[in-house]
Design a protein around this ligand. Structure first.
Ligand SMILES: C[S@@+](CC[C@H](N)C(=O)[O-])C[C@H]1O[C@@H](n2cnc3c(N)ncnc32)[C@H](O)[C@@H]1O
Length: 207
């Protein structure tokens, strides 16, 4: 089992019981995302955690494949789907690089609170681009901790060594946007939900 999988498996039950910390900004994120979804969309969500967002957005699209590196997160998500009687979301234990994902097959890829956890974000975003149909949309929200100075860059590696944090890349908003545009996207909407700590919401269209 990989390091991040082990970390998130341990944390999954606690994560599933934690209420959304900032409901106002979560709702804004969902509303903005819905504006870019349609009832015919085939959607992939990566890093779906325990499935809360996929299950909420399910009525706005045709089908969602929601995947996560943590098998425990996916077990909990599957239980929630049964309990909520949502039938158009398939939860998969997989990463963004799973070979069963077909290139050029999705209308939308969603990644909420995910990109900063990748060791190589440019490679991850290029993979998202490959998975989308031409004109497909990438909807993401990413915390940009480098906007808060250098302290997280010092603290997080220590927390990781002690087992209290996964790998986290401290990003600037401009750096994140540059990665996304360099991967072949045009950014069509951006926002900060919340502004502090800065969580960059971005909708980008595959050229
Ligand atoms: C901060 S949680 C976000 C969960 C959910 N998207 C949300 O917004 O509540 C990050 C999730 O990404 C998953 N994850 C971390 N690294 C991953 C990777 N390399 N591939 C797939 N999933 C990953 C973790 O297991 C975890 O469920």
């Amino acid at each position: 089992m990989s390091d991040p999988a082990r970390f998130w498996d341990k944390f999954a039950l606690k994560y599933s019981k934690k209420p959304v910390k900032d409901m106002e900004n979560y709702d804004k994120t969902l509303d903005r995302a819905r504006n870019h979804l349609s009832g015919s969309d085939e959607v992939l969500e990566v890093g779906c955690g325990t499935g809360t967002t996929a299950l909420i957005l399910a009525p706005s699209v045709k089908e969602i494949i929601a995947s996560d590196i943590s098998s425990r997160m996916i077990e909990i998500a599957k239980e929630k789907a049964v309990h909520q009687q949502v039938e158009n979301v398939r939860f998969d234990h997989a990463t963004l690089f799973d070979e069963n994902l077909e290139e050029g097959s999705f209308d939308v890829v969603m990644a909420f609170n995910f990109l900063h956890l990748l060791e190589d974000i440019p490679v991850g975003v290029r993979r998202v681009n490959d998975l989308l149909k031409p004109g497909g949309r990438f909807i993401s929200k990413t915390i940009c901790l480098r906007e808060q100075g250098r302290r997280w860059g010092i603290l997080l590696p220590i927390m990781k060594r002690l087992g209290f944090a996964p790998y986290v890349k401290c990003l600037k908003v401009a750096e994140l946007e540059e990665i996304i545009t360099s991967a072949g996207f045009e950014i069509v909407e951006r926002g900060l939900y919340p502004p502090s700590p800065p969580c960059r919401f971005i909708v980008a269209r595959r050229s």
